[in-house]
Design a protein around this ligand. Structure first.
Ligand code: ZN
Length: 123
């Protein structure tokens, strides 16, 4: 399953961020997935729910946002959204376009509850 490896990479990234922040419980992870990334939001959520508790507390939330694919025409520099995999400039009809966003899974933010605020103990 494609989503499981994506979630695995994501969890590894988050672990590194948490370690860099000095630890804590992860409350929420925000992820953007492009239309072209091939991510099925439901499968991604299921894979996350399955795999995250082994790494974080089970209360960790996943916010997944699917973003449209945008591209720029290499002939006339027109920027547009790609719908139904039509990689053709709507202005000049050129078939040579460059994808700007929408083909990747990006970690947008990680919300960490510090150990202190959870336990309410001053060290
Ligand atoms: Zn064009």
């Amino acid at each position: 399953m494609h989503e499981r490896s994506l979630v695995q990479n994501l969890l590894r990234q988050v672990e590194q961020i948490v370690a860099a922040e000095g630890g804590g419980q992860v409350a929420e992870i925000c992820v953007q997935a492009g239309d072209l990334s091939g991510v099925e939001p439901l499968l991604f959520q299921m894979a996350f729910a399955d795999m995250a508790p082994a790494v974080f507390s089970s209360s960790c939330q996943l916010a997944l946002e699917v973003v449209p694919v945008t591209a720029v025409c290499s002939q006339c520099d027109h920027r547009f959204e790609i719908v139904d995999f039509q990689f053709r400039c709507p202005v000049c009809q050129a078939g040579s376009v460059q994808v700007l966003q929408g083909d990747e899974v990006k970690l947008i933010s990680v919300t960490i509850n510090s150990k202190h605020s959870i336990e309410g103990v001053a060290s």
